[in-house]
Design a protein around this ligand. Sequence first.
Ligand SMILES: [Zn+2]
Length: 298
Amino acid sequence: MAVSIPTDSLYSALNSVKKLRTFMGDLFKVLSSGGVGCEKADKFLDSKFVEDVQDYINKINQAFRDLEQSTNNLSAPAGPFSLGNSALLSQESVPNKQALYKQLVKSFKWNDKVHEYSAMSLPLLSFNLLKRSHANSSPKRRRIQPNCHNVPPQVVDSAIAFVDRLFPNMTMSVTRPYTSNAVLQITLGRVFQGLISFKGLMIEWVMIKGLGEQLDLWTESRYKVFQKVTENTHAAMLHFYSPTIPDYAIRSFMTWLHSYQSLFSDPCKSCHNHLHNNMPPTWRDYRSLEPYHEECKH
Ligand SMILES: [Zn+2]
């Protein structure tokens, strides 16, 4: 819980304390000098000395009144700050653990900043044209937009069956392990296997692996080449995404993915080599479907 302190009155209170201390110091300095340099024998009757002392006492009174006034404006914090067990860190006596308290304070500050920045970035991101869901669109616009991630399973099945007929050397099987959303398992010739997770008709996630590897949606292949292909499928799934004609998006994506049948046989279109940095051409052009090495694509 944040305790708000009026910084202005706190500042003026601290200022009055400083003044009070200065005037007190000055007073004692005058008193200790004992009026050295005064002409009269009875120093305490010397008018200059008495004037100085009175002057400082008046100043001290004034500063004291100021201090009282500014402290009246301050309210006491409601109860002690609850730091929990972390308060004990400041009493740590083991030298190599003493820095922990500072680090804790630092991370609190960092956390505050994250909150602040995320609050600022939210309105900026809400203007982002790359967003894939239309939850924030106006109701009028939403009626026009087909809801491609909320369609009956039969529609998804028939869209996949259509693609299945297009590519005889790519075997496909649909499962629905958790929800009504489809997970498509594919095997592309003797090149690779993969899982494509759908949300309605929208491709949501892709994982490509070698033929002998265990398939699941979240573990990367242990082979660098399939890690790279997986990465590229993620870029492609965003590239081909279309909320208005989702079945066409699936067809385009699968056509693009199917072009990987020559992953280990076709040379790079740019450098005409099979291997570059010990990797085959793992990139496929979105339009021409031509193979390129990661380093050779434009
Ligand atoms: Zn190349």
